[in-house]
Design a protein around this ligand. Structure first.
Ligand code: NIG
Ligand code: FE
Length: 412
């Protein structure tokens, strides 16, 4: 047998090869292969077996994993990848206790990034997005969801979406694009949010036609968009054939979790203050809860999403950085895995499901990302770690040894 790349002497191999999304207590059921080997051909996983059985495989390149942990490339299901500028000055306001929504109300927060994104050229935004993608790759991420939402006008939203589309071509990582034109109310529409949503929905046809996004998302929150406005807007998006997502129940419990289930959203994201009823409905649905504990941490909240309760009730949960310039400024999903262990009380097995198979399903990539399985994209990470429990345990640093994307070694 011939292979392009053969990885041998894998101490622990997590294939995550499951019918997903993986729900409830099944998230704790992890299959670990020891002394394993994986062969890659034409960018796909071609063979999985024991190192002892790999001797007959002729490979162009062989990597001896030296007993380390090997997993699928991490899937990052929620980022605000494309934006101009940065907001380090807001940190002082946060230290003085000014709430996130108050900063936004005063024209800062998301709206200050909107100004910076409007001012940035297409090329500046592209270079910046590529830089952040490099960082994500270095941290073991091989597939990334990317939202617009820092334009809030037609031209700038399209600029962001086009940047994401070009970044997908230019960068080895795969990008899944989401239109988040409904991210905040721009000042000129302050008194007429419905008219603003109407103007954003006028982009649906063009976005669909030019394949600029697969999903439409909205920030359902006090002072931003109500449940009723969100329902109306997302229904329109569905009528155009988009999958939908919601920034739901992040700060105030408005019933966004229930709305995500009602709309058949592929994911409900944040859910930090989801109600018990919302959790029950989520568990009984196909909607995946994308939990962003880095945001609670970074905004200095005491409340973390009830992810434990969600899983205990039977829901499928994914976790993500929420990478953005305001509420969670990190590309390091490994750090978020530690926060998920410490603050959400998830087990290492649950956390690995949350950053692979379930994250892939949360962005419509369950068929090609998030697992090491025959015929799948060869997205593989070798970790400087002896076992899968080690990554959330040893926090705040990068444990990546080697990243392989579609069979190509990106980083070693
Ligand atoms: O997911 N909640 C709304 N949007 C982002 C934050 C965006 C920003 O502050 O720039 C979030 O937390
Ligand atoms: Fe977000």
């Amino acid at each position: 047998m011939q292979a392009d790349l053969l990885i041998t002497n894998i101490g622990q191999l997590l294939t995550m090869d499951k019918e997903g999304p993986v729900k409830g207590k099944n998230m704790n059921d992890l299959h670990v292969m020891e002394d394993a080997a994986v062969a890659i051909k034409d960018g796909k996983i071609d063979w999985i077996g024991l190192t002892d059985e790999a001797s007959s495989i002729q490979a162009v390149k062989t990597i001896d994993a030296k007993g380390k942990l090997v997993t699928p490339g991490l899937v990052e299901p929620h980022t605000h990848l494309v934006f101009g500028g940065s907001r380090e000055a807001e940190m002082a306001l946060k230290q003085q206790g000014v709430p996130y929504l108050e900063i936004l109300k005063q024209g800062g927060g998301i709206l200050s990034t909107v100004n910076a994104t409007k001012q940035a050229s297409y090329d500046e935004l592209l270079q910046k997005a590529l830089f952040h993608l490099d960082r994500m790759a270095i941290h073991g991420i091989t597939t990334v969801e990317a939202k617009s939402g820092y334009g809030l006008d037609k031209e700038t939203e399209l600029k962001q979406l086009n940047v994401a589309k070009e970044a997908n071509v230019r960068h080895p990582l795969d990008i899944v694009s989401t239109f988040l034109g409904a991210h905040a109310i721009p000042p000129q529409y302050k008194e007429k949010p419905e008219a603003f949503l109407e103007s954003m929905s006028e982009l649906f046809a063009e976005i669909k036609e030019n394949n600029l996004a697969e999903f439409v998302d909205i920030f359902t929150e006090t002072g931003v968009f109500s449940v009723e406005q969100s329902r109306h807007y997302l229904q329109k998006a569905k009528d155009y054939g988009f999958g939908v997502k919601i920034h739901a129940d992040e700060i105030d419990p408005l019933g966004g979790t229930e709305l995500a289930v009602e709309m058949g959203a592929i994911s409900g994201d944040h859910l930090a203050v989801a109600s018990d009823e919302g959790i029950k409905r989520l568990a009984a649905s196909d909607t995946i809860g994308v939990i962003l504990p880095g945001t609670s941490f970074y905004l200095g909240k005491d409340t973390y999403a009830p992810a434990r309760k969600m899983i205990d009730n039977g829901a499928a949960v994914a976790i993500s950085t929420d990478f953005n310039p305001g509420s969670s400024v990190t590309e390091n999903l490994q750090l978020i895995m530690s926060i998920a262990a410490l603050k959400l009380k998830l087990s290492p097995a649950e956390i690995w499901h949350a950053v692979t198979v379930n994250a892939a399903h949360a962005i419509g990539r369950g068929d090609r990302a998030g697992a090491i399985a025959l015929g799948r994209n060869a997205d593989v990470v070798i970790w400087d770690a002896p076992n899968y429990m080690y990554i959330p345990y040893h926090y705040g640093v990068n444990h990546v040894n080697t990243v392989i994307k579609n069979g190509t070694v990106l980083h070693e």
